[in-house]
Design a protein around this ligand. Structure first.
Ligand code: HSE
Length: 360
């Protein structure tokens, strides 16, 4: 029997608790032993909640309980979340987190700490919600030299783009529905300005190329400036607009960035709509592989968290991946990336534009 604790009882933490109870028999079968939820760390009371008896307010109760072997962190951010993950690892407990900001900014250090204390540190849920992608990257595709890992990494913006551009909903309504459905970050600016996708791209870059990439070192453009004119232009060229996070090698340089892209309407990624995410991997031996599925939401994200719990129960001390160098090594500047760019300006003064952009 493994006993675990959850820190943070929001959308994802609540989903983890629910599934652990609802699917207890299946999870025990997958893990090879039962997994019992002993504590949930909360900041306020939840009177009448089905998990009221598991709730505690003081992290030291969890930290000092030798029966607890795994901490699930679903608080978000890098304040209390970083403190509790660090304390748990130092107490020899494994950590499973869905927190992409934490992993993007402190993942390499936390992985080192986990190794030092013989604990596990897994974060499958931090990228692309319910889609298994980090585990396949670092294990199943381990025979390949990776060339590119790109995709639709933010469910909220993909949902907004789909609702606005395909279903005629207003930006404000689409965003408020994404919030109601539990897709958006606490501050949805992180979604619409591409910051969330940037964190996920940095994690993918670290895994793919073994170098730590800091979100502040990469070019990030979200969807807040995309409008119906751009969609009409895309349509006229048989294309769709998607926000992509990409990390890749081009002419021997390593790139990592987030930007809206035009995609041919016939391409696989163009058909990935709503809250769905998709990650496309280009690798030396296998060629192209596409992972797709729900990228946000209570149960899909909780499903990935519990997958990691099962992995740690079966492989104590599992850290993902081996060889993600803790030293920051900024990728090449976006200005060196070769591609065709689309620029929309309010007035077309070709001479003035050519002064800024070079010959058009
Ligand atoms: N806000 C994130 C998204 C949640 O919309 O994709 C999942 O990481």
């Amino acid at each position: 029997m493994q006993k675990i604790a959850i820190a943070g009882y929001g959308t994802v933490g609540g989903g983890v608790a629910e599934i652990l109870r609802r699917n207890a028999a299946k999870i025990a079968e997958s893990a090879g032993e039962p997994v019992e939820l002993k504590y949930i760390l909360v900041r306020r009371d939840f009177p009448g909640d089905p998990f009221e008896k598991e709730m505690v307010r003081d992290f030291s109760v969890i930290e000092s309980d030798p029966e607890v072997t795994i901490l699930v962190e679903t608080i978000g951010g890098c304040g209390a979340a970083l403190e509790y993950c660090t304390r748990a690892l130092k107490a020899g407990k494994s950590v499973v987190t869905a927190n992409k900001q934490l992993v993007a900014e402190h993942g390499a250090a936390l992985m080192e700490l986990a190794r030092e204390y013989g604990a596990g540190f897994l974060f499958e849920a931090s990228v692309a919600g319910g889609i298994p992608v980090l585990h396949p990257l670092s294990r199943c595709l381990g025979a390949n030299v990776l060339e590119e890992v790109s995709g639709i990494l933010n469910g909220t913006t993909n949902y907004i783009l789909t609702q606005m551009l395909e279903n005629g909903e207003s930006y404000a309504d689409a965003l408020s529905n994404a919030q109601r459905l539990g897709y958006a970050e606490a501050d949805p600016t992180a979604d619409v300005e591409g910051i969330d996708a940037a964190r996920k791209s940095c994690i993918l870059s670290g895994l793919a190329f073994g170098k730590n990439v800091s979100p502040e070192d990469i070019h990030v453009e979200g969807i807040s400036k995309v409008d119906a004119l751009d969609a009409a232009f895309a349509e006229s060229g048989g294309m769709k607009i998607k926000l992509l996070g990409r990390t890749l090698l081009q002419n021997g340089k390593r790139f990592c960035f987030v930007s809206p892209h035009f995609i041919k309407a016939s391409a696989l990624l163009a058909g990935v709509n709503g809250v769905f995410n998709a990650v496309c991997v280009r690798a030396s031996e296998v060629g192209e592989v596409l992972f797709a599925g729900p990228g946000a939401g209570r149960y899909p994200t909780a499903s990935a968290v519990i997958g990691d719990i099962i992995d740690i129960v079966k492989n104590p001390g599992r850290v993902q991946p081996a060889g993600w160098d803790a030293c920051n090594e900024a990728p090449a500047s976006f200005s060196q990336f070769h591609a065709r760019f689309y620029v929309r300006v309010p007035e077309c003064n070709k001479a003035a534009l050519e002064q800024k952009l070079g010959k058009i």
